[in-house]
Each structure stands twice: as structure tokens, then as C-alpha cells.
Design a protein around this ligand. Structure first.
Ligand code: NAD
Length: 318
């Protein structure tokens, strides 16, 4: 059986599939030629990340296609319901990048509390002429230990963030539309662990009491989760991180809150306008920036490849 991994797949995923008798093709086929390539080569499985679109044309015109797989989370590029209605299996790997996103949240948090994002911009320009001035400018750092971390969206990634926060000695509070509590297993390298139960609270309470707020909700049907009224509820000098989806925070309200010194810093991995984020956001000195790389670690790619391979083997070899 043949697998076309059009946006790539990790070597570990390829190895597992090949050892189970699958042929894995990693040629990048141009979008408009995907359907004819599948038909010409009798492809059984089409794997994509976010680049290749699996549209009705592919679903309708490729009878050999049995499985459509998305490496990662979010299936905006696949006509999921239509594919399933036409008898295709649609699979994804929602859990494989939770730890990677959670670690990036702390990269932004550590950056924010010690002004690394700004120091990395000013040091190349002034580091040799104004060292002492910069030293003074970045002197009021804050420690994370003992502070309150507010998590909005207590699903897979929110709970991973909680695990790391607890490990750092933070007080962790959380809000979720549907989840009432979670038992967080804080585990150590040597096999020891402790379980910490966290009951969720109304979002207003989390906004009011958190020193740092991090967002882990899916794309919303309507409106922002964090807009002006929510910023009004927050403590002064709060730090806020968004590594969930663009459009969860109103960026205009965020810029206003940064300029009025309500918000000390923001860490953004996702933007309302991707791939052309607003320049006011990109240029703001209080914003730590990454280009939507939350899931992009070697380890996550490995887990994604293996998780996809295991599901394909389960579906087509049983
Ligand atoms: P999940 O489904 O496991 O958890 C999301 C949680 O949010 C759910 O428990 C849900 O009940 C809750 N929720 C939904 N709307 C809410 C609201 N308005 N207020 C409070 N809670 C609400 O999802 P996940 O795997 O943890 O992913 C979370 C987000 O991270 C998603 O938006 C996903 O697209 C994004 N993500 C980003 C990256 C990245 O590269 N930055 C990578 C992977 C996932």
C-alpha cells in the first residue's frame, strides 16, 4: 500500500510504515496535480500538514484514497465532514504537540519577565555604546516562582502548561468552558511524580487574579476571548501569552493595554493576520514574537509521524 506524505513526515514515521509493508512517497506534488498523482500512482493514504489542501476535487476524483491524515492539530485545510461522508477515514494527531506548545509558552514568559525580547533588539545596536544604560533599563526583572499563572482553556495544552508551571513553583489557576477540574501529574526525570488537582474557576476570576495569563482555547465561533472588557479586569503589569489561535485576542485592544502600561508584556506565536501580521504588533517593544512555531520541535515531529503511522497501520492492516 502507498502513502503520499505531501508535506513531509518524520523519519521515525517512515520507518514504522515501511516496516509494516507500506511504501512512503515524500515527493512534494503541486496542489493542482495532487489528484492526478494519487490516481496515477494508486495512492491509499494522503498525509498533509497545513500546506496541502484536501478539497472536494481530491475526495471526489480519487477512489483509491482510503485515509487522509493531518500531521498536527486543526483540520482547516481538509474538507473533513465531506471526506467522511464519502467513506474516507480522516485522522489527525492532536496530542503530539502539546508539550512543545507548552514549552514555547514558558520561553515567552521567561523572555517577558527579563525583557529578553527587547534586549535582543537593543543590544546589537547599543550594547557597546550604552551597556550601563541598557543594564539599568532591564534591571527590574520578575521571577516566575510564587506568581499566579492563569490558564484559559484547560484542554491538552493548557494542562501541559499547568504541569510546567507547577514544576516551577507557580500557583496555577484555570478557566474552561466545559472542564470542571483536572488532575495534573507533575513528573520528574527519575520516575517520581506528584498529582495536583486543579478546579477550574470562572474566567473573570482568572483574569482578576493572575500575574500571567496564557490562552489555550480553540478558534471561537464569534468574538474575541480577550478584548477591552477582559483587559480591564486584569491586574496592572500582567503578562499575556497567546500560542493558541490568532483572533482570540483583539490585537488593537492589546496594543492599547501595552501602551497604557496595563500589560507589561505579551508573547505571541499566533496573529490575527497570518502570514502578514500587523506591523504595529511586530514592531512593539513589549511583544515577544515567534512565527507560529508552537508545535515545531523535532520531538513533536517524531511523535506526529509515529502517531500517524500507528493509526494508518491500525486502519489498513487489521
Ligand atoms: P483542546 O481541545 O484539548 O483544549 C481546548 C480547551 O478550551 C477545551 O477544554 C475547551 O473546553 C476550552 N474552551 C473552548 N472555548 C473556550 C472559552 N471561550 N473559554 C474557556 N475555555 C474554552 O485543545 P488543545 O490541543 O489544548 O489546543 C488549544 C489551542 O492551541 C487550539 O486553538 C490549537 O489550534 C492551538 N495550537 C496551537 C499550536 C501552535 O503552533 N501555536 C499548536 C497546536 C495547537
Amino acid at each position: 500500500m502507498k502513502v503520499l506524505a505531501n508535506d513531509g513526515i518524520s523519519p521515525s514515521g517512515i520507518k514504522l510504515l515501511e516496516s509494516n509493508g507500506f511504501e512512503v512517497i515524500t515527493t512534494k506534488v503541486a496542489q493542482e496535480q495532487v489528484a492526478s498523482y494519487i490516481n496515477k500512482n494508486d495512492i491509499d493514504v494522503l498525509l498533509v500538514r497545513s500546506a496541502t489542501k484536501v478539497n472536494k476535487e481530491i475526495i471526489d476524483h480519487c477512489p483509491s484514497l482510503k485515509v487522509i491524515g493531518r500531521g498536527g492539530v486543526g483540520m482547516d485545510n481538509i474538507e473533513v465532514d465531506y471526506a467522511r461522508s464519502q467513506g474516507k477515514n480522516v485522522i489527525s494527531t492532536p496530542a503530539s504537540s502539546s508539550e512543545s506548545v507548552a514549552e514555547l509558552v514558558f520561553a515567552h514568559l521567561f523572555s517577558g519577565v527579563r525583557f529578553l525580547h527587547d534586549a535582543n533588539r537593543t543590544m546589537p545596536l547599543e550594547g557597546d555604546s550604552n551597556f550601563n544604560g541598557l543594564k539599568k533599563a532591564y534591571a527590574n526583572g520578575i521571577e516566575l516562582r510564587g506568581k499566579t499563572l492563569g490558564i484559559i482553556g484547560f484542554g491538552r495544552i493548557g494542562r501541559e502548561v499547568a504541569r510546567i508551571g507547577l514544576g516551577l513553583g507557580m500557583r496555577v489557576i484555570a478557566a474552561d468552558k466545559f472542564i470542571g477540574y483536572a488532575e495534573i501529574k507533575v513528573d520528574f526525570y527519575n520516575g517520581q511524580f506528584i498529582n495536583v488537582k486543579i478546579d477550574t474557576e470562572p474566567i473573570e476570576d482568572v483574569l482578576k487574579h493572575a500575574d500571567f495569563i496564557t490562552l489555550h482555547v480553540p478558534a471561537q465561533e464569534n468574538g474575541y476571548v480577550i478584548d477591552e472588557p477582559e483587559f480591564d479586569l486584569m491586574k496592572k503589569n500582567v503578562g499575556i501569552i497567546n500560542a493558541s489561535r490568532g483572533g482570540i485576542i483583539n490585537e488593537v485592544a492589546l496594543l492599547k493595554a501595552l501602551d497604557s502600561e496595563k500589560v507589561l508584556f505579551a508573547g505571541l506565536d499566533v496573529f490575527e493576520e497570518e502570514p502578514t501580521p500587523a506591523v504595529q504588533v511586530l514592531m512593539h517593544p513589549k511583544v515577544s514574537l515567534t512565527p507560529h512555531i508552537g508545535a515545531a520541535t523535532m520531538e513533536a515531529q517524531d511523535r506526529i509521524g509515529i502517531e500517524l503511522a500507528e493509526q494508518i497501520i491500525g486502519l489498513l492492516k487489521s
